[in-house]
Ligand binder design. Sequence first.
Ligand code: FES
Ligand SMILES: [Fe+2]
Length: 353
Amino acid sequence: MSPDRPVRRGRYPLSLRRNAVAWERQQPTWREARPAVIARALKRAQARPSGNWFVVGASQDVRDDRPLARTVAGQELVVWRDAAGQLVAGPGVCPHLGAPLRDSPVRCGTLVCHWHGLSLRGTAFAGWEPLPVHDDGVLVWVRLDAVGGETPLEAPVVPVRPAPTRALSAVYIGVGTCEPEDVVANRLDPWHGAWFHPYSFVDLAVVDTAAVEDERVKHDEGGAAHEGEPVDEDAFTVDVSFKVAGRLVVPVRAVFTAPEPRTVLMRITRGEGAGSVVETHATPLGPDEHGRPRTAVIEAVVAASDRPGFSVARRMTPLLRPLMRTAAGRLWRDDLAYAERRWQLRSTGRFPG
Ligand code: FES
Ligand SMILES: [Fe+2]
């Protein structure tokens, strides 16, 4: 954690960076950020099951009067709530003559095609077949078995989050020209934080990559060892300070893991807002008009606070504010540029990693 002097400003434990280091004088991280380490962590993430579930958007974006629409791997999808308030999902192409159902209204839980009035109540009808859908309270997931190609799971792999009663959530959605793995690889490189995002992060140190670096031995249930097999608990542990204003920072410890192939989780484990999570989900959208892949970054920030009197007005404590700011897009504009660059280089055989 930061050695800097803790100061109290109001009720909040901020630190004052006394020996602030100029950006260009901070410790270079490129030697530690070994491409092979990131590549191995990515490979292990990709080997974990997703059960064919894809994040399509924020729960709060499913409104009463129109569907939430998303194209996943080239398939148009619509999600809405039926008359009983249950989430339903299915193809976004009307089975009659192909109207885009994303533009159709929802009336009393029925999606009514705006071309000729075909009514969908969420059950199979006239050639339209519903898809499995899951609302985890923050995000909506749809299961696409033909796209995922894995053994289906009953429910998606949803990270453990702080209890909603003591948390505040926000969802940021951005789109880049890249594949999901480029988004995941960006998040599995925590070393770029203070160099690439100096407006948000300072004094970043990756304190533990042991689980990632492992060539450890894994034991199966019978006790037999399998040399070199990945362990499940890949994690990058990072000490970093979130910039609040001027030299005021909030030092925290954060742990990055990849619970499934298209998700990277950052959990604050020490410091203000411990238990808060930032979940980055990468959803393949399909090719653009030039045949290049497009990927949505759907990022949920679920910020927790144990402060007494945790009222709406007090929710935005110093860490929560910069955390929620990740939802405002600057970090992701830069990180999407990183992911897009990675894809450009990969797709032309120029990626050095
Ligand atoms: S295209 Fe939807 S009802 Fe005709
Ligand atoms: Fe980043």
